[in-house]
Design a protein around this ligand. Structure first.
Ligand SMILES: C[S@@+](CC[C@H](N)C(=O)[O-])C[C@H]1O[C@@H](n2cnc3c(N)ncnc32)[C@H](O)[C@@H]1O
Length: 297
């Protein structure tokens, strides 16, 4: 991979785009692909803002800066490390989050749904929110910022993930009302109840991991694996949520490609499928009463 003759930021961005295209990298589906990835990495590696004015793109790089940019682009291309891990930062719902290989990179249609407050299904402004399977804490922290009187609990089984979530609580200065708690799903939450439960659980089928682009192999496996059919955790959450929702509470859960299968498994449950722009990633909502009914089936 020769990159001699590159002088400016603009040169590196253009060169990176060619390399990324040639090597068929995988890009986060929310982004603008080649250009966004190249600009994010070249500018981000030098601690420059993504929105940097174009006039600076023609500045020559210092010798040390050449090495930094080349190093990060090489890691992206040869090791397929995702940009978010290389830079230690991902954006979700318009907010920055610290990320590293201890947590999944935030990507969820809930980024569109949280600012809409799950209207019209959320009947009351939530005062207690649970983000189950929190990872970086992105869902719960985005909720805490939208519902600014709410206390939010971020729950994960992974102590490593909770450390990252704590860093994000501090980043957003939410220590007064956002807390972490280690639990195997609901097991250690005892009788606690919440007005809103948001959740992106692991939901990949056992054999799906190896089919994913190489970039995903850098994410923690326990973030994705969910038994032979991918429904292990989803079903557990659907069956246990009624014990943890208040009367007017709402469960919102991302279920990926399992929409059809869930309607087959629970033919008597009228799932609310929330609308958003990610076609292949379904999100369902259930009221406390619907969870109760499902629990009694
Ligand atoms: C799909 S990731 C979602 C992370 C985050 N909510 C997001 O949207 O980026 C699933 C998370 O569930 C956690 N997890 C896996 N098994 C768990 C369990 N039994 N109890 C609680 N959390 C679990 C993983 O550690 C991981 O952080």
């Amino acid at each position: 991979m020769s990159n001699s003759g590159l002088a400016t930021l603009r040169d590196y961005i253009r060169w990176a785009m060619s390399q990324f295209k040639q090597t068929q990298l995988f890009f986060e589906p929310d982004g603008d692909g080649l250009f966004e990835e190249a600009r994010t990495l070249v500018l981000g590696s030098l601690h420059l803002p993504y929105e940097l004015h174009d006039k600076y793109l023609d500045c020559n790089l210092h010798a040390d800066e050449h090495a930094i940019v080349q190093n990060i682009l090489t890691k992206r291309i040869e090791q397929r490390i995702p940009a978010a891990y290389l830079l230690g930062e991902a954006w979700f719902a318009g907010l920055p989050f610290k990320v590293d290989e201890r947590v999944m990179i935030p990507r969820s249609p809930l980024a569109q749904l949280i600012p809409q407050h799950f209207a019209p299904w959320l009947m009351k402004t939530p005062l207690r929110i649970l983000d189950l399977c929190t990872g970086s804490g992105c869902l719960g922290i985005a909720c805490a910022i939208e519902f600014d009187d709410a206390e939010v609990m971020l729950v994960d089984f992974s102590e490593d993930a909770l450390q990252v979530a704590k860093e994000n609580i501090a980043l957003h200065q939410l220590e007064q009302r956002v807390f972490t708690h280690r639990s195997d799903m609901f097991a250690d939450l005892r009788a606690q109840r919440f007005d809103l439960i948001v959740c992106k659980p692991p939901y990949l089928q056992a054999d799906a991991w190896s089919q994913l682009p190489r970039e995903f192999q850098h994410e923690p496996q326990e973030s994705s694996h969910a038994g032979n059919d991918g429904l292990e955790f989803i079903q557990q959450i659907l069956q246990q949520s009624s014990q943890h929702l208040t009367d007017k509470g709402l469960l919102v859960i991302e279920v990926g490609e399992h929409q059809q299968r869930l309607t087959e498994v629970y033919p008597d449950t009228d799932f609310i499928w929330l609308e958003h722009s990610h076609n292949d990633t379904a999100v369902l909502a259930l009221t406390a009463q619907q969870c109760e009914a499902l629990n009694n089936m």
